[in-house]
Design a protein around this ligand. Structure first.
Ligand code: IPM
Ligand code: MG
Length: 354
């Protein structure tokens, strides 16, 4: 368990409550160890990620995480050099654990239609997509530096991908598509970038092994537009690290609230790190306002992908659906006629529904 910073500890607490309910309902026992990451680790150890934390994570079957980071304007963490800030700890743990595949589902709950910012006719029958984001390559991990020559500062970030990195994430996306509606939209910027042209070529090679899956390529700018124009067209979106970061925030907003969206980061084994797609929201931390659902749904993904507990995962997802259908809402998804609840109450209700 990595509670993290900001609203992290309170949302992880609610997810744990729901996991406890799963234990008593289905007769399981989970053993938890708590690990610090991000700002909390900087405060305790002076660095955003310690080796012991990595070892504890590696010795576990799965990691459930809240969120990390603080307010960049006011927090002392952001007066440290970039490689010692909270986010560096998150990137380091992704890399250390080889979590190259980040799955971010974006699903429109019928109950939350009112919170969706899109017009009725754009929503249509609703939508249910999953973004498969490459997580350990590209701009995030390429060489970077800032140099000064003749009094002029220049900053350089490098975007590189090799064919193996592209192939393994493409295989994940196609495997997932086989269990869904069998459509992959591979998103790139092949009209400009070499890395995208290689991406397209390798994805096409992988597609040959999946004759049942329909593959389409889409340029990232067009994809950003299509997500708000016709989100129902997407099943699996496969894309590189930076594009996936941006598009997954956009996809989450069209579902009504980023507070609803879970994510899983996987390597080649059953191991995974599960975290909400949203950030640490320091402005509402400790006020019992945060929506714990994204973390609770991340725990459901953990049950499904790392622990092979499918019916338990179903139970958690159905519990969330029931509580929404009963009309309970945290403030981020509140709409007329519903009952406002806080973080803790939301966790209690979902645990009880399990
Ligand atoms: C995310 C976050 C991270 C990312 C940040 C906190 C480094 O935005 O998980 O999407 O950019 O990957
Ligand atoms: Mg992001």
């Amino acid at each position: 368990m990595i509670p993290g910073d900001g609203i992290g500890p309170e949302i992880v607490r609610e997810a744990r409550k729901v996991l406890d309910a799963v234990c008593s309902r289905y007769g399981h026992k989970f053993i938890y160890s708590e690990v610090l990451l991000g700002g909390a680790s900087i405060d305790a150890h002076g660095v955003p990620l310690t080796e012991e934390a990595v070892e504890t994570a590696k010795a576990s079957d799965a990691v459930l995480m809240g969120s990390i980071g603080g307010d960049a304007k006011t927090s002392p963490w952001y007066r440290l050099e970039p490689s010692r800030r909270p986010e560096a700890g998150l990137l380091a743990i992704r890399k250390e654990l080889n979590l190259f595949a980040n799955l971010r589902p974006a699903y429109l709950y019928q109950e939350l239609k009112a919170a969706c910012p899109l017009k009725e006719e754009v929503i249509g029958e609703g939508f249910d997509m999953i973004i498969v984001r490459e997580l350990t390559g590209g701009l995030y991990f390429g060489e970077r530096k800032t140099v000064e020559e003749n009094g002029i500062e220049t900053a350089i970030d490098t975007l590189s991908y090799n064919e193996n990195e592209i192939r393994r994430i493409a295989v994940k996306a196609f495997d997932i598509a086989m269990k869904r509606r069998k459509k992959v939209t591979s998103v790139d910027k092949a009209n400009v970038l070499d890395s995208s042209r290689l991406w397209r070529k390798v994805v096409e090679e992988v597609a040959k092994d999946y004759p049942e899956v329909t593959l389409e390529h889409m340029l990232v700018d067009n994809c950003a537009m299509q997500l708000v124009h016709n989100p129902g067209q997407f099943d699996v979106i496969l894309t590189e690290n930076m594009f996936g970061d941006i598009l997954s925030d956009e996809a989450s907003m069209v579902t009504g609230s980023i507070g609803m969206l879970s994510s899983a980061s996987l390597n080649d084994t059953k191991f995974g790190l599960y975290e909400p797609s949203h950030g640490s929201a320091p402005d509402i931390a400790g006020q019992n306002k945060a929506n714990p659902v994204a973390t609770i749904l991340s725990a459901a993904m953990m049950l499904r992908y790392s622990l092979d507990l499918d019916k338990e995962a179903d139970a958690v997802e159905m519990a969330v659906q029931k509580v929404l259908a009963d009309g309970y809402r945290t403030c981020d998804i509140m709409s007329e006629g519903c009952m406002p609840v806080g973080t803790e109450e939301m966790g209690d209700l979902i645990a009880a529904a399990v």
